[in-house]
Design a binder for this molecule. Structure first.
Ligand code: NAP
Length: 265
């Protein structure tokens, strides 16, 4: 099943759940920037929500808003029982501390999974695990290698892979090339989240039955490309575009539904 087919089946599942249980999931998207990439991500989220029958409130705030004012607005949505999920689109302007904003969102409505007490897993790693399971890829006792140790991808990915009992290794910019070659040659599952075009390429020896998950989004000559060179000789490799980006988006809807079910039933 391609990622696109899987995501469509998940959308159908969520849409049916909303209808069957007569739910009215509502997601608030707060935007405090004029960034074109953010605008495009937000359009995608609004479209996904509409497709499954969820409501979105897009609250675009002025870029010169103070941190205190922004937190007050977040608290208003925290207290509004008709709102089930709240996300604050990053990046934020300089005068606002990202951590303070993440901590201001009620953990029960933090569908991005950024709050340390959030009831939800961050969307990218969650989407990847669910896709691996849908593809019937064994995780338990397998060698999983993650390249990249960010708080939104690498670290939560390691946590979820450990939960599934994978032998989990995280590599990063200080890992020596010879060690990276060693770990990759033994890897059954490789997740690359570096942010460098074709970082993982044919110069690395990989298992023929390895599964490669490409998280990277890089712009090159006006086109999107991943962190992994396309068409490596492996069992499965997720494409860019049309791969992890879609898995991340569907996980947000999945988390929104979980938040709604928790509050409405
Ligand atoms: P990030 O915060 O910039 O982290 C990048 C990680 O890559 C860091 O841990 C860094 O190591 C590591 N790294 C950099 N150069 C390296 C090298 N030469 N060898 C090994 N490791 C190296 O990035 P991020 O937020 O995790 O995002 C990574 C990529 O995924 C970006 O392209 C981003 O746009 C994309 N992304 C996609 C989605 C999606 O939905 N598809 C979601 C989130 C992110 P150090 O820690 O040592 O610096």
């Amino acid at each position: 099943m391609t990622v696109k087919e899987y995501v469509q089946s998940e959308k159908n599942r969520l849409a049916n759940l909303i209808k069957e249980k007569n739910l009215s999931p509502t997601l608030v998207i707060i935007q405090v920037n004029d960034d074109p990439a953010s605008a495009s991500y937000i359009r995608g989220k609004i479209k996904d929500a509409a497709e499954i029958g969820a409501k979105t409130i897009h609250d675009k705030l002025p870029e010169d808003i103070s941190q205190a004012e922004l937190i007050k607005i977040i608290q208003k949505y925290n207290d509004d029982s008709s709102v089930h999920g709240i996300i604050v689109q990053m990046p934020l302007p300089k005068q606002i501390n990202e951590e303070a904003v993440k901590l201001a969102v009620n953990p029960k409505k933090d569908v991005d999974g950024f709050h340390p007490l959030s009831t939800f897993s961050p969307c990218t790693p969650k989407g990847i695990i669910k896709y691996l399971k849908a593809e019937k890829i064994d995780i338990q006792s397998k060698n999983a290698v993650i390249i990249g140790r960010s708080n939104i991808v690498g670290k939560p990915m390691a946590k979820l892979l450990l939960k599934e009992n994978a032998n989990t290794t995280i590599l990063h910019s200080k890992t020596k090339r010879e060690d990276m070659e060693f770990y990759l040659a033994h890897a059954d599952i490789v997740v690359v989240a570096v942010g460098k075009r074709y970082f993982l390429d044919h110069s690395f020896k990989l298992k023929e039955d390895a599964v490669l998950i490409d998280v990277g989004i890089n712009r090159h000559d006006g086109a999107l490309c991943g962190d992994i060179e396309p068409d490596l000789n492996v069992r499965l490799q997720t494409p860019v575009p049309g791969g992890v980006g879609l898995l991340t988006r569907i996980s947000l809807m999945d988390n929104l539904l979980e938040a709604t079910v928790e509050n409405e039933i």
